[in-house]
Design a protein. Sequence first.
Length: 349
Amino acid sequence: MRKSSSILVILFCCLIVWPSKSTHAQKKAAQIFADSLVKPRMRIIIDNDFGGDPDGLFELVQHLLSPSVEIRAIIGSHLKVGDGFDPSKETATNAKKKAEEVLNIMQLGKQIPVYQGANMALANDSTAQPSDAANAIIKEAMRDDTKQPLYVVCGAGLTDLASAFLLEPKIAGRLTLIWIGGPEYAALATPPPGYTSLEYNLGIDLNAGQVIFNTSTIPIWQIPRNAYRQVMMPYSSLLLKVKTQGKIGEYLASNIERVMKMGLKYNFNVGETYILGDSPLVLLTALQSSFEADPSSSNYVLRPSPVINNQGLYEVNHKGRNIRVYTQLDTHLLLDDLYAKLALFNQAR
């Protein structure tokens, strides 16, 4: 009992909230919880290609409804040139607009800062792409007025974080990257049928991936393709547990149904499940365990950070720092939390 009491004292001493616009905005979104019971335990910067695969929109909404994280910035990042979701040359610009659209639907206005990332990938592995997003990462990482850990959660390419590191290498010891991306590790998983050796998110900016893995010392929690493909939402649940939950539920469902219709138009049958591949970013942050805080219901292995070669494949690097590579995700906890928060948010409205 004494041990438990000590842990509780430490816990409450650590849960200090620094007032900010993002905190106030999330309080408004997360009034579904008793404010006195759930407080932020970490800071996060959300970096995603919101103009592409709509899985990023699900991640954004679920994070906005998670009072245990303090969202310090939202970054709209670019897609690969010629991507079918948005073939324009301003995909980061459009991603920023998409994130702002979500905030407006949820009646959060402009209380959480939204930044545009670079519209283009890095030209090489030593030259940054300057952007408001890269500057925002540096500013938040270099703060000295808070002890809350900072996570950059990224469901797309790594352009803006790599640029921030190239501009200010000191950020490497002041944040943790949680990244959805990278192909399977040969010893851990088998690639899916018809796979491409260059995984989608890594292919958005291969040079940026090389900066983060090969050059930087940034701590990495990686969710490679075999892991993020585990988060499958059935269409039946989309209809019953998402689409019925007010304006934001209808919005999320309509974006998935748009992809399904597009698939049928071009003779590609999506089937009756959809991979919410970016949602593990919520699982590994907001849904960490109460005591000895960690994503304790998901499994990972520690591996030396590989060298990523010019084909986007891993090469063994025995001198690489240890990184977490997640192999099994608690999809039940993740999806149950999503459905419950959407329902509670709708009831509160």
